[in-house]
Write a protein that binds this ligand. Structure first.
Ligand SMILES: C[S@@+](CC[C@H](N)C(=O)[O-])C[C@H]1O[C@@H](n2cnc3c(N)ncnc32)[C@H](O)[C@@H]1O
Length: 439
């Protein structure tokens, strides 16, 4: 079935939304105000899914995507949209979530532009084999691997290593994992880069150790080889979606890399989280420092503290910081980062916020940066007990952010600011930073 449709807006998830005879229709790779002929692919109970058949009236912000595999590869959502308009759309997406999910009306500004390409400091690619080896990302909503030899959002060096690795696997006839039969071995190629330190952590994930992989380093150019701080083999035999297990063999160098931000140094281990875009992270950190207005007698909780970045940058200005992190490797990195940055007033705790918070005394200010699922009811309950003067909430998911914000506002807080940071250019994802103050 083909319909004519006008796109009203872009929603979180990257789809354009239009309405046809009262039914909501979602179409990817579109722009607001575009008039389209749309092929309806699927009719669900409350909405339809379509794809562009023909663009009748293009948006003035539509551009020719620079990537030949855009729309096949699931890595990017917005390559067809001028970068500055992407920033406007991200503001509108968050605005929409605030208004519709939270009945919250707060004037937002566009996020600042940042490096729009070659920005990712971490990449996780799938290895597959049909007749030939493929390495790339999954096609959207499928498990089909799309080859990405020249990915535009990766640093070029990731593409070079990926291409050499593919050749190495083909030449040496490695066994590749097959998701359906769960037979075979090699599964993922993971790379992480310290943007300031220019060092790479290289990780191959497989079901069992294949010693021949050690020779891969020899097939790299001396220039790339010099940049590799660690080469690991991660053993992941479980047929689940989780990419890395906690079990790595160090083939060469160290199981971590380093990054530098605002004159502080951070160790980041293979299993530890780190923000994905260097320049955007710098903006985030500077705004956290400004909005926190740290004072000498402040006791700050840094909840979901990762490798301790927020704690370390706030440490010189306050009395005490308590960081809580559940992932052991990130906690251990945080302990290391506390020492190398000379931040003796931080106390990092290993555990889930849900389990640890009730044992903690009061904080004057709290910073929260939970994973996508947001805050659990137990953590919310503890926040209601502690009632700090200031809450900074960092989120990468507008839906759970608005849900939590709505609850926090009922504890007598008001919004001082909600700001957006473009941590993930060319995708629909966006980082949110909000400051709440006690009335
Ligand atoms: C979005 S990251 C933020 C890390 C850090 N704030 C940063 O910017 O580098 C979320 C962190 O929360 C940790 N985490 C997830 N669930 C947790 C929980 N229930 N309690 C404590 N930490 C948790 C994850 O391991 C991860 O390091």
């Amino acid at each position: 079935m083909v319909i004519e449709l006008k796109i009203q807006k872009i929603i979180f998830g990257g789809f354009g939304l239009g309405e046809y005879e009262g039914v909501k229709v979602f179409v990817p790779y579109t722009c607001p105000e575009e008039r389209l002929l749309v092929n309806i692919k699927e009719k669900k109970k409350h909405y339809w899914l379509g794809e562009i058949k023909e663009i009748l009236e293009p948006s003035p912000f539509r551009i020719k995507p620079k990537c030949p595999i855009f729309t096949q590869c699931g890595g990017c959502d917005f390559l067809h949209i001028d970068y500055f308009y992407q920033l406007v759309l991200k503001k509108l997406i968050v605005n929409d979530s605030l208004q519709h999910l939270g009945k919250i009306f707060f004037p937002l500004k566009n996020p600042l532009p940042v490096l729009p390409f070659n920005y990712r400091n971490k990449v996780q690619m799938v290895i597959k084999k049909n007749k030939k080896v493929s390495i790339g990302y999954y096609k959207k909503n499928t498990h089909e691997v799309i080859e990405n030899p020249d990915c535009l959002i990766n640093p070029n060096i990731f593409n070079e290593i990926r291409n050499s690795f593919k050749q190495f696997l083909e030449e040496n006839n490695f066994e590749i994992y097959d998701e359906k039969t769960q037979k075979g071995n090699l599964r993922f190629l993971v790379m992480r880069l310290g943007i300031k330190t220019d060092k790479i952590l290289l990780i191959v994930v497989g079901k069992e150790y294949d010693k021949r992989i050690e020779r891969f380093m020899d097939s790299l150019s001396p220039e790339i080889k010099n940049k590799i701080i660690g080469f690991l083999y991660n053993l992941n035999p479980l047929p689940k979606n989780r990419i890395l297990s906690r079990d790595s063999i160090v083939i060469f160098g160290d199981p971590f890399y380093f990054e530098e931000l605002l004159n502080k140094k951070f160790r980041i281990s293979v299993n530890s989280f780190f923000q994905i875009h260097y320049e955007a992270t710098k903006i985030l950190l500077k705004r956290i420092l400004e909005l926190m207005v740290p004072e000498e007698d402040d006791i700050i909780f840094d909840l979901y503290s990762g490798v301790g970045v927020f704690s370390v940058i706030l440490s010189p200005y306050v009395k005490e910081i308590i960081g809580v992190e559940s992932e052991k490797s990130a906690y251990e990195d945080a302990l290391f980062n506390k020492i190398i940055n000379d931040c003796l007033n931080i106390n990092f705790l290993l555990g889930r916020c849900e389990d640890v918070l009730s044992q903690l005394p009061k904080a004057t200010k709290i910073i929260l940066d939970p994973p996508r699922k947001g805050l659990s009811p137990i953590v919310i309950k503890e926040l209601a007990r502690i009632l700090p003067q200031v809450i900074l909430y960092v989120s990468c998911n507008p839906t759970t952010f608005v849900r939590d914000l709505k609850t926090l506002l009922t504890f007598n807080y008001e919004i001082e600011t909600i700001e957006l940071i473009d941590m993930f250019p060319q995708t629909y994802h966006i980082e949110i930073l909000a400051k709440l103050i006690k009335k």
